[in-house]
Design a protein around this ligand. Sequence first.
Ligand code: AMP
Ligand code: MG
Length: 389
Amino acid sequence: MISVKEAQSKIQENSRILNSVSKSVENALDQVLSEDVKSPIHMPPFSQSAMDGYAIGSQGNTFKLVGEIQAGADSSGMTLKSNEAVRIFTGAMIPNGTFAVAKQEIVEKNKTEIRITEKQKHLQNIRPLGEQIKKGDIALPKGTVITPGTAGFLYTLGVNQVSVTKKPNIIILSTGNELVPPGQELSPGKIYESNTYTLKTALKKFRIQVTIKTIEDNYEATKKSIQESLNECDILITTGGISVGDYDFVGKAMEEVGVESIFYKIKQKPGKPIFFGKRNSTVVFGLPGNPAAALSCFYLYVTPGIRKMCGISDVSLEKRTLKLTSDYTKSKNLTHFLKAKCYGDKVAILGAQSSAMLSSFASANCLACLPEGQSEWKKGDAIEVYILP
Ligand code: AMP
Ligand code: MG
């Protein structure tokens, strides 16, 4: 049995960053750049007016009006003399010889002349060429996550295709004779299969599609399904059948098909029996069958593995240190992860902590971590919580 920390670091050590793929920026949302993106242009690509107003040839007050430059027009052939001004609009190219742009609110104008009512500073209201970024400079470094903001920045540079780290192919395999898909009638002895649906929903947050397979508690079927799945995915997640019951075949089947066991039990509750292994480059998580244990373990162990594979450097769920709203007692030997609700700087441990019950997950927004080695907490004590995504 290993500690929570050891388990987390073994998952990181054994999960590889996946290969990269070229994608359109719009389809790369939430993915991670696998190489630096250099700016192909100066931005802005020319000196621009930041205002609707008048480009003036010197610091003087009166100027001869010699023309107009609209946004989009090429004024590179024009040069202002010191007594000249031109009407100009926001985003338009500044002509050569411009001292500053005077905004129109401070300009009095007749047909042929303008008069400036406030003294202008050199280059006032001008966005210089390359002010934001120079051609060839790194716009976004490798490891950047594509968000609407990063996408927007890339588009302003004319970049619409990027190299990103692939997302893992995931197969979820549920085991159990007792399981019936939601929506069907329950016959005696059966329960609804919730794990694959729950995990599939959780994976939507990562925009990862999964393949779901369900098998009965049959050794040969379990072995065959695991063997086939290993060849088809980067991450195989099983639920159930990993404990010590006579019909728990997952552990033995894993071994039989050549999955190297990296750990098989964590000093924690829920989810003490949880298998993690590897075959070639595919990693395998054998999650407990109990629904709340499966979901806790998914958040605590599977998501950091997924994030590593996706090239995300910050793999853990967001952690916060908050104050308990009541006393709490547990046994010393295991780390407990408890469904909890945080608000402000406080955290309340919820009821219904059984690993068979998802009801508390329905109202939880975090998992409170009460570490092994300690058994008592008082109201107001600071504890660490993992914020659920
Ligand atoms: P197991 O680890 O297979 O013994 O399962 C432990 C408990 O979780 C049992 O009560 C199972 O019925 C339940 N369970 C296992 N798999 C699922 C699942 N996919 N959905 C809902 N409950 C499950
Ligand atoms: Mg079972």
